[in-house]
Design a binder for this molecule. Sequence first.
Ligand SMILES: *Cc1c(COP(=O)(O)O)cnc(C)c1O
Length: 372
Amino acid sequence: MQSPSLQIDLDILADNIQNLRDGITPGTEIIFVVKSDAYGHGIQPVSRRACKEGVNWFAVAYYEEALEVREACPHADILVLGPISPDEVPGSIQHRITPTVVDADHARSLAAVATAQHAKLNVHLKVDTGMGRIGFLESDDLSELEVILKTESLHVTGIFSHLAAVDLKRPWLQEKQHQRFVKAFTAAEAITGRRLMRHFCSSRGIQYYPDWDFDAVRPGILLYGYGCRDPRMRIRTRPLLQMHSRLMQVKRVPCGYPIGYYSSYNTTRDTQIGVVGAGYADGYLRSLSNRGDALVHGEIVPVVGRISMNWITLDLGPDLACKAGDEVVLIGEQNGNEIWADWLGRRAGTIAYEILTAIHPRIPRAYSGDIT
Ligand SMILES: *Cc1c(COP(=O)(O)O)cnc(C)c1O
């Protein structure tokens, strides 16, 4: 097979979950964020294995993703981080999906459907403490909050917020958000008269703020093996996804030979050019043109010329013994050398999240480890 493929080791996911559990406050629930097809890793295999490792809660962005997790994990709790629409209420009740309520109007529209079904819908409340995205404002009139909390057919079971920044140089940014969150759940719980499930931190917050674990944490990237390079961080994980392809042609070219569209690279010596089956249509970002690296026979070799739709060109150097058909590691490790999505992200002017979620879902994935 010459086109790109993904190798995903679910035993590494199990180790990552264990490391996270060992690192957080005992008793803290893990809400594993598996939106965007588990950050490109495959939502169902990843959720299924995480369930087996004792993860009881999952979070997704959209209702449809929740249905996929439900198939993989019949007993887990599933939180939809975004606002679902009223027509998704019956399905949410049927499949025990917990949507997020973002304001009083949204609460009313969901409640109307639940009431018509003579059913109760479990929901979590989202407080916007400084992200400026989803949720009601902590400073909102309490009567609006009261409307949500007292709605007959909605059963508010949790309350959460999301950090816009965990900035070690400007810690007041996250501290301000934390203060607002404490105020918000205190006010909400005063109205309900009972304790709500409180959750606040995603990966970066988890790493730097052990006092903010509350009842649950919401890790995404950390469980996929990223966001743990700073030695001050409390949890270590390893990437589980590798992207491989093959050399489709190897050829010798003279010094000064132009490579790729618009000749953005010219060879600086007699060398071998390797053509790899992968390109921007597979999710290998075009911004890695003349900036990425790959591994061939354990050697780090540069991506040269522009990334095409389906081909990447590598300068293999004059002496590397290689031939068409040989393996190329685009993301992963080989003979002790490593190229991971966070490094590629920096080279491409983006983040590991985008490198991973850009990978085209059509690329075949081979799972290893206990795939349950
Ligand atoms: C995506 C997301 C997370 C997970 O973020 P990571 O940085 O990947 O840990 C947690 N909470 C919310 C609300 C999110 O949207």
